[in-house]
Design a protein. Structure first.
Length: 392
């Protein structure tokens, strides 16, 4: 049976689901609040888990064409002491991640969605819906109807408008910290994700994205952002370069705070991911902090798993249930780990940072811990007690 499907959001989850559902013959319409779509965003880490999805879609080579191969995660203190050095190849030979610009991933997915026959409607933020026995009517933030569909996929991001009106019980935690993101050219770091910490009060990271491009992550508490801006851009540049000298080329190429973007994070846990003819995918369903670099990979897996579930069941209600059963344990595990880890990298006080600096370097020397850390880093750990994931 071919369904008429509305998708709110043209992010990774929405585009992945839209592409696969359109390929399967469904009538798909994606609604995006932006007035135009293009390659925007910062650096992202494409883990082995996300690579499996893109390979299944036949898009992995195109997405990684401009990307930087990432062979290890390397974290150290501001004094140069290694906290963790995990090579992906220790999980399996030739395994790696890729650092890439989010826009590179978006461009490939968006082009494929357009070629699949799906419709894309811009400048439409879906904020409400009316469920009826014969379908679900979507309503934009101007109270205008966008039509009636068999079901609606909410893939409208971490601060989902549809989640707020879904009537699904949930817990939402707004982290007190966020980060400045910036991009530029840098040859100082290659083939690794580098993070530098000073206790739990300061964290910075560099992710090469291929072709000399690099993304900078600079942790900032929300309550301290105004003071940071007030001190001036030159003051921040001096402090940032002193803290992370290998970022000098990138930071030196920035001219003002206008070339940075401040992002904040939520931790979202919904009691269920569907209600009637509405289902949630990606950050809209399970937003979490970015400390494990899993965001786009979880979104890719959500989109693929839901499309497979609908293909298997042929009924959207059964597909909602199957999709959640297949994805819940994996996302719960990563949500828990990121929630527990975040205070050890971004919080006040010295005790958490000191404890992390003592314990973290010891863990990879315990064989069972090392294997679990590698699985977790790669996005491949199925659940808290399970082994590696596999595609549905």
């Amino acid at each position: 049976m071919a369904y008429s499907i509305a998708i709110a959001g043209c992010g990774v989850a929405g585009l992945t689901a839209g592409l696969l559902l359109s390929r399967d013959g469904h009538r798909v319409t994606l609604f995006e609040q932006s007035t135009q779509l293009g390659p925007v965003g910062a650096g992202v880490l494409l883990q082995p888990s996300g690579q499996m999805v893109l390979a299944h879609l036949g898009l992995l080579e195109r997405v990684t064409q401009r990307a930087e191969r990432i062979d290890r995660l390397h974290a150290m203190t501001h004094r140069g002491r290694t906290l963790i050095n995990l090579p992906y190849a220790d999980l399996a030979q030739a395994t790696c991640a890729y650092g890439l610009h989010r826009g590179d991933l978006f461009s490939v997915l968006y082009a494929e969605v357009q070629n699949s026959g799906a419709s894309i409607v811009l400048n439409q933020r879906i904020a409400q819906f009316n469920q009826r026995s014969d379908g679900i009517e979507i309503i934009n933030d101007c109270s205008e109807s966008g039509g009636c569909f068999d079901f609606l996929i909410a893939a409208d991001g971490a601060r989902s408008a549809l989640r707020k009106v879904s009537n699904i019980p949930m817990h939402v935690h707004d982290y007190p910290h966020g980060a400045l993101w910036a991009m530029g050219m840098s040859q100082a770091i290659t083939n690794e994700l580098l993070q530098i910490t000073h206790g739990s009060r300061q964290l910075a990271g560099l992710l090469p994205m291929g072709e000399g491009r690099c993304s900078l992550f600079w942790a900032v508490r929300k309550g301290e952002l105004e003071d940071l801006y007030a001190a001036g851009f030159d003051s921040w540049k001096r402090d940032a370069i002193q803290f992370m000298p290998m970022a000098k080329e990138l930071i030196g190429g920035l001219r003002s705070f206008e070339e940075t973007c401040f992002a904040t994070y939520l931790h979202v846990r919904m009691k269920r991911w569907s209600n009637g003819r509405l289902v949630f995918l990606g950050d809209a369903a399970h937003a979490m902090s970015p400390h494990l670099g899993q965001g786009i990979n979880l979104a890719l897996l959500d989109g693929l798993t839901f499309a497979k579930a609908l293909r298997r069941t042929g009924n959207f209600t059964e597909a909602f249930s199957l999709y959640e059963n297949l994805r819940r344990a994996h996302t719960n595990y990563y949500a828990l780990v990121t929630f527990l880890l975040s205070p050890f990298f971004q919080s006040r006080g010295m005790i958490k940072g000191l404890g992390r600096d003592i314990v973290l370097p010891l863990l990879p020397h315990v064989p069972i811990m090392r294997s679990q850390m590698l699985l977790t880093m790669a996005g491949m750990k199925r659940s808290a007690l399970g082994g590696a994931i596999h595609l549905p």
